[in-house]
Design a protein around this ligand. Structure first.
Ligand code: C2E
Ligand code: MG
Ligand code: MG
Ligand code: MG
Length: 275
C-alpha cells in the first residue's frame, strides 16, 4: 500500500536526512561564531577587457576558513546565512572589507578600476543596505563609482517593481549595478529596459559548451545584442579555455572573467600577479 511504501521510504531516507540536517545545524552554529572569530576572507578574481586586458575590475568572492573543515565555499554556507538572516551581518563585513582592500591597493599605487560585490536576495531587499554601502564608502574614502553590486537576474526579476525602486536608489548613490548569472532567470525585457544597470553578466552555463555556430553561441550573441541596445557592458563568466576566450571576443563580448584569465585568489597574491 501507499502507506507501506511511505514507511519504507521513511526507513530508507530518514538516517541520511538526519545526518544532513545535523550537519547543517552544526555548520549554522559555527557560522554564527565565524564573524567574531575572523574566519572570513575575500578572494579576488580579475575582470578583463576582451580579449586579454586591461583589467576593468575585480570581483570579491567570500571564503570561510572553518577551524576543522578548512576552506568552505559560498555555495555551501550562503544559503544557510540567508536562511538564518546572518547574511546581513556577513554582507556588511563583505562590503566594508572590499572597500577597505580597494583603498589599500590604491594607496599602494595599484590601479584597480572597480571592485564588485555579490548581494543575495535578502541583502538586496533589506532596508539597511543603503546605509551600509554609504558607510563603507565614506569610511575608506572610496568613490561610489568604484563599487559595483552584483545581483542575480532571478533576484532582480523576482518582484520587478520593488527591485526597480531599490536599484534606482543604489544608482542614485552612484554605484554600478551588474545583473549576474544572466540568461538563467526570466527577464521581462520591459523591466530590463528600465533597470539602471551598468553590466550584464552572461551565466557560465552558456560559456561551458560554447562552439562556433552552436546554440549557445546564438544565445550569447542575442545577449550581447541586447546589451548593446540597452547600452550595457556585457561580460562572460566561466571562461576556462582559449577557444572560449576567442569566440566570445569574436561574438562581441566586451569583458571576460574565468579561470583561463585568472583564478580567484587572496589579495596579496592578486597584487603580486598584477606586478
Ligand atoms: P557568482 O557571483 O556567479 O561567482 C562566480 C563563481 O564562479 C565563483 O564561485 C567563482 O570562483 C567561480 N568561477 C570563476 N571563474 C570560473 C571558471 O572559469 N570556471 C568555473 N567552473 N567557475 C568559475 P564561488 O566563489 O564559489 O562563489 C559562488 C557563488 O556564491 C557566487 O556566484 C555568488 O553567487 C555567491 N557569493 C560569493 N561571494 C559572495 C558574497 O560575498 N556574498 C554573497 N551574498 N554571495 C556570494
Ligand atoms: Mg558574481
Ligand atoms: Mg555569476
Ligand atoms: Mg552564480
Amino acid at each position: 500500500s501507499a502507506k507501506e511504501q511511505g514507511r519504507n521510504a521513511y526507513c530508507l531516507f530518514e538516517p541520511s536526512m538526519n545526518r544532513g540536517a545535523h550537519e547543517e545545524l552544526a555548520l549554522t552554529q559555527d557560522l554564527r561564531r565565524a564573524l567574531g572569530h575572523d574566519e572570513f576572507s575575500l578572494h579576488y578574481q580579475p575582470k578583463l577587457r576582451a580579449p586579454a586586458g586591461p583589467l576593468t575590475g575585480v570581483e570579491a568572492l567570500l571564503r570561510w576558513h572553518h577551524p576543522e573543515q578548512g576552506m568552505v565555499m559560498p555555495d555551501r554556507f550562503i544559503p544557510l546565512a540567508e536562511k538564518t538572516g546572518l547574511i546581513l551581518e556577513i554582507g556588511r563585513w563583505v562590503i566594508n572589507e572590499a572597500c577597505r582592500q580597494l583603498a589599500q591597493w590604491r594607496a599602494q599605487g595599484i590601479e584597480i578600476p572597480s571592485v564588485s560585490v555579490n548581494l543575495s536576495a535578502t541583502q538586496f531587499r533589506s532596508p539597511g543596505l543603503f546605509g551600509k554601502i554609504s558607510t563603507a564608502l565614506s569610511a575608506h574614502a572610496v568613490p561610489a563609482s568604484s563599487l559595483v553590486l552584483e545581483i542575480t537576474e532571478s533576484t532582480a526579476m523576482h518582484d520587478p517593481e520593488a527591485s526597480l525602486a531599490i536599484l534606482q536608489r543604489l544608482a542614485d548613490l552612484g554605484v554600478g549595478i551588474s545583473i549576474d548569472d544572466f540568461g538563467t532567470g526570466y527577464s521581462s525585457l520591459l523591466y530590463l529596459k528600465r533597470l539602471p544597470a551598468s553590466e550584464l553578466k552572461i551565466d557560465r552555463a552558456f560559456v561551458r559548451d560554447l562552439v562556433a555556430g552552436g546554440e549557445d553561441a546564438a544565445i550569447v550573441s542575442a545577449i550581447i545584442a541586447l546589451g548593446r541596445t540597452l547600452n550595457l557592458t556585457v561580460i562572460a563568466e566561466g571562461v576556462e579555455t582559449e577557444a572560449q576566450q576567442h569566440l566570445l571576443t569574436e561574438l562581441g563580448c566586451t569583458s571576460l572573467q574565468g579561470f583561463h584569465l585568472g583564478r580567484p585568489c587572496p589579495p596579496t597574491e592578486f597584487a603580486a600577479r598584477l606586478a
